[in-house]
Design a binder for this molecule. Structure first.
Ligand code: NAI
Length: 568
C-alpha cells in the first residue's frame, strides 16, 4: 500500500521550508522548472520561473544538451558540479542516464584536473575544509555541517591525489567526486554525505606560489603534530558523528596504513586505497577462477610486486583459501611474491611483517636458476612452477614479457593474467599483447583502462579493476545494516559477491566485471552480503536476510522529485 501523501511530504519537507529564491537556491530541494503550479503557489515561486512546467525527463534532455555544448572535459566537470550545486535530483538523474559517459567526468580521470585547478574553478562551498591552524575547534566546525545526519564522510589530506601527488586543499575535489558515486551507485542520500579535506599545508610549490591558491599557505605538517591533528579530527568525528562511516582517501603511504590500523577498531572506518582496491582485485581474481571452472585452493599464484597492494590482495585470497579448507601453511605455500630483490623467501632479512607471511621455504628454491642479479626473478619462478595466476602490482611497465607469458600459457589452459599497475605506462603488459601471446586464452583484467581486443572473430572486453565496484556498495551495506565496524570478512564478502556477478560466468566472451550500467543492482547485492558478514562478525545487530534486503532496497536512494504539496 502506498504511504499516505501527508507522511511522504513530512519526510521531504524540512520544518522550515524555504520559499521563493531561497528555495530555488537550495540544491537539495530545488526542482527548477519542474515545480508544479500548486508548489509555485504554496512556496511563492510564480513569476520566478518560466510558465511551462517541465518533467524531470524533459529537464534531463535540456541539461544533456547544455553538457554536450562544452568543449573539454574540465568544462564538462565544471558544468556538472554547477548543476549539482543547483539541483541535486536533476544532477543525479542526468548522471544515472549517462553513467558510462559521465562517471569519468565527475570522478577519475577528470577529477584530477579539477583538484589541480581547485582554486581557479572554485564557485560555491561544498563539504568542509578543516585547516591545521584551527585544530582546537574541530568539534565546533563539524557542528557547522550543512546537514545534521551524515551516513558517509570521505576525508583526504590531499597529499597523494590519484597519480598527481600533493594538491593541498584542492584535494577536496576527490571526496566530492567520490561521494557523488556513493550516491549515484550506492544510493546514499546526497544530504547524508559529507566531503572533508584536512588542510595540513602543501609541499607543492606550484600551489604555494599560486597567488590564487585558497588553502593554508604552509608546508605540510608532519610527524607527531600530524598524527596529533588526525587524533583530534577522529575524536571530533566520534563525538559529533559517532555512527557515520569514515572513509580515508588518498593519504600518502607513510600515513595511510598507520591511520587505518590505529582507528579501524575504534569506529566505522575503512581506507579505500588499501581495502577497496584489494577487494576489487580480489573480486576479479575470484571471478576469473570461477570462469576457468577450477578451485581457488588449487591455484599457484605469482604476484609481481610485493607492496601494500599486493600483500592486501594476497591476504584476501589466502583467507578465502583457508575458508575452502586449506591449512594456513598450505595456503601460504601457494603464493610466490616478488619484489625488486626477487622472490620472497625465508632467508631474506629485508622483509616486512606483511611480506614475511609469503616468504617461501628456502629449500623450495634452493636449486632454481637465478637469472636476475643473482636473485630468483619472475622468469625463473614462471619457469619452475605451473603458475595459474599472474598479478602485477609492481609499477614496472612491460614486466610481463612475451617469453614469460608464453611460458606460463604453455602449462595452463586459461592463464589468469592481471597487469594491475597504474597508470597505463606502468601496466606490466598491454591487454592486446596478453590476448595475442596466449592465442586468446588469457583471462585479463587491468588496472588502467584498455580498449576491447579483437582476436579472430571475437571482440574481448577488458575488465578494469576500479574501486567503484566496491566503495559505494560498502557504504550502502554499512548504512543499511547499521554496522559499527568494517571488518576483513565484510570486504571479502563484497569481493565474493562482485565475483558472483561477473558477466563472464554466463558468457565466455563477456567482461570479467559488470558494466557500470548494472552497478546499482550489483551494489545492492554486495550490500546485503556485507550486512550478513557484519552480523556474523557481531558488528551489526541480527536481522533476517529478508529484512536486511528490504533495508538495503529502502536505503538505496533514487533521484526523483518528491511532492512538496500536501494537496498534490
Ligand atoms: P608499493 O610501492 O607499495 O609496491 C610496489 C612493489 O613493487 C614493491 O614491492 C616494490 O619492491 C615492487 N617493485 C618495484 N620495482 C620492481 C621491480 N623492478 N621488480 C620487481 N618488483 C618491483 O605500491 P602499491 O601501493 O602496492 O601499488 C603498486 C601498483 O599497483 C601501483 O601502480 C598502483 O597504482 C597499482 N594498484 C592497482 C590496483 C588495481 O586494482 N588496479 C590496486 C592497488 C594498486
Amino acid at each position: 500500500m502506498p504511504e499516505p501523501i501527508a507522511q511522504r511530504v513530512a519526510e521531504v519537507v524540512p520544518p522550515r521550508m524555504p520559499r521563493g529564491m531561497d528555495l530555488l537556491d537550495t540544491p537539495l530541494l530545488n526542482k527548477g522548472t519542474a515545480f508544479t503550479n500548486d508548489e509555485r503557489t504554496q512556496f511563492g515561486l510564480h513569476g520566478l520561473l518560466p510558465p511551462h512546467v517541465e518533467t524531470l525527463e524533459e529537464q534531463v534532455v535540456r541539461a544533456y544538451e547544455a553538457y554536450t555544448r562544452k568543449d573539454d572535459d574540465l568544462e564538462r566537470h565544471i558544468y556538472l558540479r554547477a548543476l549539482q550545486d543547483n539541483n541535486e535530483v536533476l544532477f543525479y538523474r542526468l548522471l544515472l542516464e549517462h553513467i558510462e559517459e559521465m562517471t569519468p567526468i565527475v570522478y577519475t580521470p577528470t577529477v584530477a584536473l579539477a583538484c589541480q585547478q581547485f582554486s581557479h574553478i572554485y564557485r560555491r562551498p561544498r563539504g568542509m575544509i578543516i585547516s591545521f591552524p584551527l585544530c582546537d575547534s574541530i568539534v565546533r566546525f563539524l557542528r557547522n555541517r550543512p546537514n545534521p545526519h551524515v551516513d558517509v564522510v570521505v576525508v583526504t589530506d590531499g597529499e597523494r591525489i590519484l597519480g598527481i601527488g600533493d594538491q593541498g586543499v584542492g584535494g577536496l575535489g576527490i571526496p566530492i567526486g567520490k561521494l557523488s558515486l556513493y550516491t549515484l551507485i550506492g544510493g546514499i542520500r546526497p544530504e547524508r554525505t559529507l566531503p572533508i579535506v584536512l588542510d595540513v599545508g602543501t609541499n607543492n610549490t606550484e600551489r604555494l606560489d599560486d597567488p590564487e591558491y585558497l588553502g593554508w599557505r604552509h608546508e605540510r605538517i608532519t610527524g607527531d603534530d600530524y598524527f596529533a591533528f588526525i587524533d583530534q579530527f577522529v575524536d571530533a568525528v566520534k563525538e559529533e558523528l559517532p555512527e557515520t562511516c569514515l572513509q580515508w582517501e588518498d593519504f600518502a603511504n607513510p600515513h595511510a596504513r598507520p591511520i587505518l590500523e590505529r582507528y579501524r577498531d575504534q569506529l566505522l572506518t575503512f581506507n579505500d586505497d588499501i581495502q577497496g582496491t584489494a577487494a576489487v582485485a580480489l573480486g576479479a581474481t575470484l571471478a576469473a577462477i570461477k570462469v576457468t571452472g577450477k578451485n581457488l585452493k588449487d591455484q599457484q599464484i605469482v604476484m609481481f610486486g610485493a607492496g601494500s597492494a599486493a600483500t592486501g590482495v594476497a591476504d584476501g585470497l589466502r583467507e578465502a583459501m583457508i575458508e575452502q579448507g586449506l591449512s594456513e601453511q598450505d595456503a601460504r605455500s601457494r603464493f610466490w611474491l616478488l619484489n625488486s630483490k626477487g622472490v620472497l623467501h625465508a632467508g631474506r632479512k629485508d622483509l616486512t611483517p606483511e611480506q614475511m607471511v609469503y616468504a617461501q621455504r628456502e629449500s623450495r628454491i634452493a636449486d632454481w636458476p637465478r637469472t636476475s642479479n643473482g636473485n630468483v626473478g619472475l622468469a625463473d619462478v614462471i619457469g619452475q612452477i605451473d603458475a595459474t595466476i599472474l598479478i602485477g602490482l609492481s609499477t614496472v611497465g612491460g614486466a610481463f614479457s612475451k617469453a614469460i607469458v608464453c611460458e606460463m600459457a604453455r602449462k595452463v589452459e586459461r592463464p589468469i593474467i592481471f597487469p594491475l599497475s597504474n597508470p597505463t605506462t606502468k601496466s606490466e603488459a598491454t591487454a592486446e599483447d596478453l590476448i595475442h601471446w596466449t592465442d586468446g586464452r588469457a583471462l585479463v583484467a587491468t588496472g588502467s583502462p584498455f580498449a576491447p581486443v579483437d582476436y579472430g572473430s571475437r571482440t574481448i572486453p577488458i575488465a578494469q579493476c576500479n574501486n567503484v565496484y566496491i566503495f559505494p556498495a560498502m557504504g550502502l551495506g554499512v548504512v543499511a545494516s547499521r554496522a559499527r565496524r568494517v571488518t576483513d570478512a565484510m570486504m571479502l564478502a563484497a569481493a565474493r559477491t562482485l565475483a558472483g556477478n561477473s558477466p563472464a560466468l554466463k558468457d565466455a566472451s563477456a567482461s570479467l566485471l559488470p558494466p557500470l550500467t548494472d552497478l546499482r543492482r550489483v551494489a545492492a547485492e554486495i550490500a546485503v552480503a556485507v550486512g550478513i558478514a557484519a552480523q556474523k562478525d557481531s558488528v551489526a545487530a541480527q536481522v533476517t536476510d529478508d529484512a536486511l534486503r528490504e533495508r538495503v532496497m529502502a536505503t538505496q536512494w533514487t533521484p526523483a522529485y518528491p511532492s512538496y504539496c500536501s494537496s498534490a
